[in-house]
Design a protein around this ligand. Structure first.
Ligand SMILES: NC(=O)c1ccc[n+]([C@@H]2O[C@H](COP(=O)([O-])OP(=O)(O)OC[C@H]3O[C@@H](n4cnc5c(N)ncnc54)[C@H](O)[C@@H]3O)[C@@H](O)[C@H]2O)c1
Length: 256
């Protein structure tokens, strides 16, 4: 069914070259949005843009942890499509299970930069355009790891917990300008990222996916990228016009 729930809106989706970001970009374009696919992986983002309806996708190579790169991407969005109505912060990096004393400063900084600082950077550049329009929807993809920790995912859990609280602070701050800020907490999801949380050879990783992740989900299966895209569509569209500061677990019950 094509309801065009995002007709006339422009959405920036970071991390749109893969997994959940890719599914969000595709669904948003099907629903009428113009989509900027902002990802470090330029070729993969361009190839996803090609799969969208004609004229609906524009790939921009972006490092979400770099202020200049983010500023250029937002400027290009406005140049190409004229506005920024929706911002989905989906780009992220995983962490292989690592004891805290083995976690390097570089690993900590990278995880915090890509998963948390990125939200600060994209928001600071997108918000002036949203304020001028007196509307906007920002959707931050955190993780159920923000409320249910796992041993060895120290930096990852911290990065996602910070993303949730930053989102709540922004929801209050930006409400007078009718800019909504909400969070989706995915549970373990069937994307290229999942195996990267587990150290070891291919066999260990496959066994770990079942023992560590699938068995921790009450509904007994992994979350699909399209499940996250459906939640993002609700939060991006006017169906959720009175919803802000909300944290939506899309997790098969993992957060209970
Ligand atoms: N897969 C899971 O089990 C799971 C669970 C909970 C939350 N999440 C979160 O969901 C989001 C999407 O994850 P996914 O599973 O689709 O992952 P994925 O690995 O399939 O996709 C991540 C994308 O982010 C991009 N990216 C990485 N660093 C970047 C940077 N510095 N700048 C721009 N782009 C960058 C990658 O190129 C990739 O295209 C992430 O924030 C992740 O932490 C994932």
């Amino acid at each position: 069914m094509n309801r065009e729930l995002l007709h006339g809106k422009t959405a920036i989706v970071t991390g749109a070259a893969s997994g959940m970001g890719k599914a969000i970009a595709k669904l948003f374009a099907q629903e009428g949005a113009n989509v900027v696919l902002a990802d470090l992986n330029k070729d993969a983002a361009a190839s996803v843009a090609q799969e969208l309806p004609e004229g609906k996708g524009h790939a921009v190579q972006t490092d979400v942890a770099n202020d200049e790169s983010v500023a250029a991407m937002v400027a290009e969005t406005v140049k190409v499509y004229g506005s920024v109505d929706v911002l989905v912060n989906c780009a992220g990096v995983p962490q292989a299970f690592t004891p805290i004393e083995e976690l390097t400063l570089e690993m900590w900084d990278k995880i915090m930069s890509v998963n948390t600082k990125s939200i600060f950077l994209t928001t600071r550049h997108a918000v002036p355009h949203m304020k001028a329009a007196k509307k906007g929807s920002i959707i931050n993809i955190a993780s159920i790891a923000s409320i249910r920790a796992r041993p060895g995912l120290n930096a990852y859990c911290a990065s996602k917990g910070a993303a949730v609280m930053l989102s709540k602070a922004l929801a209050l701050e930006l409400a007078p300008d009718q800019i909504r800020v909400n969070v989706i907490n995915p549970g373990p999801a069937e994307t290229p990222m999942l195996g990267k949380f587990i150290n070891g050879d291919a066999e260990t990783v496959e066994a770990g996916k079942k023992e560590i992740f699938i068995d921790s989900v009450p509904l007994g299966k992994l979350i699909q990228p399209e499940d996250i895209a459906q939640a993002a569509l609700y939060l991006a569209s006017d169906l959720s016009k009175i919803v802000t500061g909300e944290v939506m677990n899309v997790d098969g019950g993992r957060g209970i």
